[in-house]
Design a protein around this ligand. Structure first.
Ligand SMILES: CC(C)(COP(=O)(O)OP(=O)(O)OC[C@H]1O[C@@H](n2cnc3c(N)ncnc32)[C@H](O)[C@@H]1O)[C@@H](O)C(=O)NCCC(=O)NCCS
Ligand SMILES: Nc1ncnc2c1ncn2[C@@H]1O[C@H](COP(=O)(O)OP(=O)(O)OP(=O)(O)O)[C@@H](O)[C@H]1O
Length: 228
């Protein structure tokens, strides 16, 4: 399958970009943040372990996870973050692999994986044919994060520092989207990206067909040799 990794830093604009790719370009997006919510629904395996390890203070009265509280805990303490990652990540990746398989069975060969921690976990990097990094300046990132999550500057800083630097992510990207300006400027870049993805997908398909052709001819040749 032609897998595209869509990543970036916290609040740099991945969801904004994936919304345009999905609604305006018709791409199939698998959103890791959404999956991360599904795997911790009340009663699930991850929910039970989180409750046991972090206590009832991270569970609301209705049984749902208190995401705000859990966020405060894990972004202030790297060992707690590793603990949460060790509980949730295997479930997230399992679910993502099933969704990729389901998309393949339904005939989709071109899927975009919206994965904030693509580089940090590293698991799917070898399978991504194309990696898109959504980027903005650190000032914009802090400002947008503080506003969206009503955080202090220190809290926003902690969350940004919990991830690989944006500069390093940009270095490993196939394509960078500059999300510093208005949404219209970002939209133009996303449309350009979509065009490039279609071209790369086409070239990828040709390479696959040539490889398949080569191995078929090679197999046939071997078979004929064995006959003599
Ligand atoms: C800590 C939680 C409860 C906070 O929930 P909240 O609704 O406030 O944030 P949300 O889930 O929408 O995440 C927002 C962003 O935070 C960043 N982020 C989330 N988890 C992590 C993490 N473990 N390490 C670094 N950054 C993270 C990502 O950039 C993500 O896009 C939640 O993020 C969580 O369960 N995280 C662990 C699972 C995970 O790693 N998710 C990221 C997708 S793989
Ligand atoms: N070009 C832009 N101009 C102004 N605001 C923007 C722009 N792009 C995104 N935002 C705003 O910045 C915030 C973060 O954007 P978004 O949610 O798309 O980022 P994200 O990378 O998906 O975040 P996270 O990884 O933390 O979930 C949102 O409130 C969004 O509305």
């Amino acid at each position: 399958m032609f897998l595209v990794g869509l990543t970036g830093g916290i609040a740099t604009g991945k969801s904004t970009v994936s919304k345009i790719l999905s609604e305006e370009c018709g791409c199939l997006i698998l959103d890791a943040d959404l999956i991360a919510r599904e795997v911790v629904l009340p009663g699930t395996k991850a929910w039970k372990i989180i409750r046991k390890q972090f206590g009832d203070e991270v569970i609301h009265d209705n049984g749902e996870l208190n995401r705000e509280k859990l966020g405060q805990i894990i972004f202030a303490d790297a060992s707690k973050r590793r603990l949460l990652n060790s509980i949730t990540h295997p479930e997230i990746y399992k679910s993502m692999m099933w969704k990729i398989l389901k998309a393949f069975v339904r005939g989709r060969q071109f899927v975009i994986l919206d994965l904030p921690l693509l580089f940090e976990t590293g698991k799917l990097v070898p399978y991504a044919s194309y990696i898109v990094v959504v980027s903005c300046s650190e000032e914009q990132q802090i400002e947008r994060l503080m506003k969206r999550n009503t955080l202090s500057e220190k809290e926003a800083d902690q969350r940004i520092s919990s991830q690989m630097s944006l500069a390093e992510k940009r270095r490993q990207a196939t394509y960078i989207i500059d999300n510093n300006a208005d949404i219209e400027y970002t939209r133009q870049q996303v449309k350009n990206l979509h065009q490039k993805l279609k071209e790369s997908y086409f070239h990828w398909k040709i390479r696959i067909l040539i490889s398949l052709g080569f191995f078929s001819v090679f197999g046939l040749f071997n078979y004929i040799l064995k006959l003599f």
